[in-house]
Design a protein around this ligand. Structure first.
Ligand SMILES: [Fe+2]
Length: 272
């Protein structure tokens, strides 16, 4: 949903209440034409809860002095090193940090600089994906848990401190219910997280792979997707526990600079 007429750096109590209600009713919100300092971005983000800070080994990817504002960018600094994460490549479908016991509740992404083309962010709604799921597929995952890989990030890079592995049975990861009760509303929601190295606990690997392929094909069909073409000053936020997202690649010669905050969830995913 696009919410118009708000200056996120200057909200009234009434505006705040409206935005909180809107985010309770919609899994993604878009605000255009914003001009936000890092402190204003952090302050708006706190409306939704406590902010996560970049892990120690990623502090150099945060805005200096503000570990709660993470930089997603392909731009290189004077030292030739990337100032942010993810580069210019494609980022495949995922929910942020679903390999953690308690993945973030929400992600806010603010466009500081955008390339003339490419780099679109796609968001897929997992309430709708579950509602429309054919019964013969849904019954296969009811009561099941899925392993969310901890080895690779969405850009395909091995996470710091992890060993490369392509074995879903033995790789690092965390089990979450395939169908969760949403932590805010209790509404059932499909929770897939990430495809690579995923594993439906208790199944033979071959059966797990074919079931996951069917689930992912269904969940990422265009029926449930919104593709966002960025403009400078956009702030797009999504409920990280009821959506998946991905990013198109873009020309590495072009600059893209996004500032990201994440809201901590109050509870770990629990089964519906
Ligand atoms: Fe992400």
């Amino acid at each position: 949903m696009e919410a118009t007429g708000f200056d996120l750096s200057d909200l009234s109590d009434e505006d705040r209440e409206f935005i909180l209600d809107a985010f309770g009713a919609h899994s993604a919100l878009l605000f255009r034409d914003q001009t936000l300092s890092n402190a204003e971005l952090a302050s708006f983000s706190r409306l939704f809860g406590e902010l996560d800070v970049a892990p120690d080994n990623q502090r150099n990817k945060a805005v200096p002095g503000m570990p709660e504002v993470y930089v997603v960018s392909n731009i290189k600094g004077d030292d030739g090193k990337p100032i942010g994460s993810l580069g210019a490549g494609e980022a495949i479908w995922h929910a942020d940090m679903s390999n953690r016991e308690n993945p973030p509740y929400a992600t806010l992404l603010y466009a500081v600089e955008v390339p003339p083309s490419g780099g679109d962010t796609w968001v897929a709604g997992m309430f709708a994906a579950l509602e429309d799921m054919p019964d013969n597929l849904r019954t296969k995952i009811e009561g099941r848990f899925i392993k969310h890989d901890g080895t690779y990030n969405s850009g395909g890079y091995v996470r710091k401190g992890e060993e490369a592995s392509d074995d879903p049975l033995t790789c690092a990861g965390t089990l979450h219910p395939a169908i969760c009760a949403h932590h805010a509303t209790g509404k059932p929601v499909l929770y897939l997280g990430r495809r690579r190295n995923a594993y439906v606990d208790g199944l033979a690997l071959e059966d797990s792979e074919s079931l996951l392929d069917a689930l992912w094909a269904h969940a990422t069909s265009h029926d449930y997707c919104y593709a966002h073409r960025w403009r400078k000053g956009d702030l797009l936020m999504w409920d990280n526990r009821s959506t998946l997202h991905r990013r198109d690649e873009f020309d590495p010669e072009h600059r893209r600079l996004m500032h990201r905050t994440q809201i901590r969830a109050k509870a770990t995913p629990r089964a519906a």
